[in-house]
Design a binder for this molecule. Structure first.
Ligand code: ADP
Ligand code: MG
Length: 609
């Protein structure tokens, strides 16, 4: 039932212009179709949507006696009282889109409900209803918007070239198609079909059709639930990263949204798995109760506010972090050639959904690439991967968000966790890499990176521990420091004491070290201290855990040398220590400690399959 909102509510709705450019119209119209329960949505544009833009759906339609009402300002069927604004379950609610669009274009609207025998056709130009008639049409709605801004030429001038406007639209529709895998989306640009999704609910297929640039083998599936929060989707394994966030597509309750808490959660989960300044690819879909977010802070609903930001951030961190502990997160040695062959075979057999992947994909890729950085296209076979994925699918749930993430949060998650100490050690090669195997996978372990990881976590564990394990120097040693460090020493002495050092001031620029952490050599301790002092100079805030982390990661690098052959016992000790690490799969600087080659990959190389 569409009704006009009262003045009181309409004033509560964030004011602003809904129709800024073609993509903002597409957004509103596609959202309307989704709200109408459509399972098929076709978007067609010409000239970047400036001259022609059509959205057709098979949703519930509007009864003929209400069709024209939909085009009045603040007319909506989605909310009726001010309270409703606090828990919005639909994508639209402002009752402004249709009226705003019709005010600045020549709009044709055709709609029919399943109950009615005939449909309604409206023609509105510059906001004036010129024609309302009965028409024969299928169930659902079609809106055609012609000549955008014909009556406001000044705004027309603000639009970007057609190619830019169309790539914004392509990007948006791609994201929606990904977010709503159960809806069939079809996009047509200048009479050329660009893509269509199957609507079969398969997100991986969507990622492949729309963002074919990443090998699906490099995507780690996530399915994580905690209380009323639910996260689904994929992140790239650490071997696949980007120099910016453009590879991250984040959704909250079905809305594509840039949001800091989710970004921070991802970053924190990937800390130490990636080099600084690198970002994982992520397609993440967060669902939470509507009353926990405010979507009414921006006229285009492009921004939202979480009421419980820190919880969301922690939840995302937890979910992604758990996924990164799985075997899937170990980079694979891939057999690209055979993958290529399989994909082309798969393409040939995939004629059930003719438009889902076809030459048109090339077109969308080239268009998308104007917006995203060029990345090498790693090709792979979805089908095969999906099979693997189904076996592997991580289904985790955490008992408590507050719990230390190093604790397995449930039995399910520990099942999928990777246990280095269970590997069979085979040999070492090049004095640097350990060869080990499980039942179906061969692993190469970088002993240098592994040592760094172990040492780093020892330092950090000591930092956290209430009891410190120290060794007392028979003869205390002195260390030079700057006059500034000495004068300021009370500001940092606590932090360094937390990892087991005990030192005192011994003159205007000298420190006297009496105790060092038990696991450090004298050399290592000296190096650590001077690294720590260097870090002090670089930090602009009071010393805290981060400074220890930084000094520790620097110190580890120097303490451990490659090219050192280890005995069998040392290797199994190392793997045991790695198993105890929170984060065994990378060194503190983000290099992988393990790479793997599965039996099936090996068999492919030998052409046994
Ligand atoms: P809102 O989506 O904020 O309610 P709109 O101006 O976008 O406002 O749409 C007004 C009303 O028109 C909606 O509340 C809905 O009832 C109806 N409507 C719009 N588009 C469609 C559609 N594609 N199918 C069915 N009903 C629609
Ligand atoms: Mg709407």
């Amino acid at each position: 039932m569409i009704r006009l909102l009262s003045k009181e509510i309409s004033e509560k709705i964030a004011a602003g212009e809904v129709v800024e450019r073609p993509v903002s119209m597409v957004k509103e119209l596609v959202e309307n179709s989704i709200d109408a329960g459509a399972s098929l949505i076709v978007v067609e544009i010409k000239n970047g949507g400036k001259t022609y833009l059509r959205v057709t759906d098979n949703g519930e339609g509007i009864p003929s006696n209400q069709a024209s009402l939909a085009f009045q300002r603040h007319a909506t069927s989605k909310i009726s009282k001010a309270d409703d604004l606090d828990h919005i379950g639909t994508l639209g609610f402002r009752g402004e889109a249709l009226s705003s669009i019709a005010a600045v274009s020549r709009t044709e609207f055709i709609t029919k409900t399943a109950d009615e025998k005939t449909g309604t056709r409206l023609f509105i130009s510059g906001g004036d209803l010129l024609e309302e008639s009965v028409t024969g049409c299928p169930d659902g709605s079609t809106i055609i918007v012609r000549d955008l801004f014909f009556n406001t030429p000044a705004r027309l001038k603000f639009l970007k070239p057609d190619a830019t406007e169309s790539s914004l639209i392509i990007d948006f529709v791609s994201q929606m198609a990904l977010a709503y895998p159960k809806i069939k989306f079809r996009l047509i640009n200048n009479e050329q079909p660009l893509f269509s999704t199957s609507g079969k609910g398969d997100r991986l297929e969507g990622i492949h059709t729309l963002y074919g640039k990443i090998s699906s083998r490099k995507l780690i599936p996530i399915q994580f639930e905690h209380q009323e929060y639910r996260l689904e989707g994929y992140v790239s394994d650490p071997s696949e990263s980007r120099s910016n966030r453009k590879g991250q597509v984040l959704f909250v309750n079905g809305r594509a949204i840039n949001n800091k808490p989710m970004e921070r959660g991802i970053d924190r989960a990937f800390a130490q798995r990636l080099f600084d300044g690198r970002y994982p690819v992520a397609y993440l879909f967060l669902e939470l109760p509507p009353e926990e977010l405010d979507v009414n802070i921006h006229p285009n609903k492009r921004e939202i506010r979480f009421h419980k930001e820190p919880e969301i951030e922690r939840f995302i961190e937890n979910a992604v972090y758990q996924a990164l502990q799985q075997l899937d997160a170990i980079p694979q040695v891939l057999n690209e050639k055979s993958l290529h062959k399989q994909q082309s075979e798969w393409l040939r057999s995939a004629d059930t959904e003719p438009a889902s992947i076809n030459p048109i994909q090339v077109d969308i890729k080239s268009l998308l690439s104007t917006m995203r950085e060029q990345q090498q296209i790693a090709e792979t076979s979805i089908l095969e991967f999906r099979e693997e994925m189904q076996n592997d699918l991580i289904n985790l749930s955490s008992d408590s968000l507050q719990s230390d993430r190093s604790q397995p949060v449930s039995n399910q998650s520990s099942d999928r966790r990777f246990h280095p100490e269970e590997l069979r050690i085979l040999s070492t090669i090049f004095n640097t890499y350990i060869l080990a195997a499980s039942d179906d996978t061969l692993f190469l372990i970088d002993q240098h990176a592994a040592h760094e990881r172990v040492l780093f976590e020892k330092i950090m564990a000591q930092y956290e521990a209430s009891e410190k394990n120290r060794q007392t120097m028979l003869v205390p040693f002195s260390l030079n420091c700057s006059i500034g460090h000495a004068a300021n020493w009370e500001a940092w002495i606590d932090e360094i004491s937390k990892i087991g050092f005990s030192l005192s001031l011994f003159g205007p620029n000298t420190l006297l070290v009496k105790e060092i952490p038990f696991f450090m050599t004298l050399d290592g301790a000296q190096r650590f201290l001077s690294d720590f002092l260097d870090q002090l100079d670089d930090m602009h805030s009071p010393p805290d855990r981060r400074i220890i982390e930084k000094a520790a990661s620097r110190a580890c690098k120097e303490a451990v040398k490659g090219n050192e052959s280890l005995t069998g016992e040392e290797i199994s000790e190392l793997l045991k220590s790695l198993s105890k690490c929170d984060n065994p799969l990378s060194c503190p600087h983000g290099r992988p400690t393990f790479i793997r080659l599965s039996q099936s990959e090996i068999e492919k190389k030998f052409r046994r399959t």
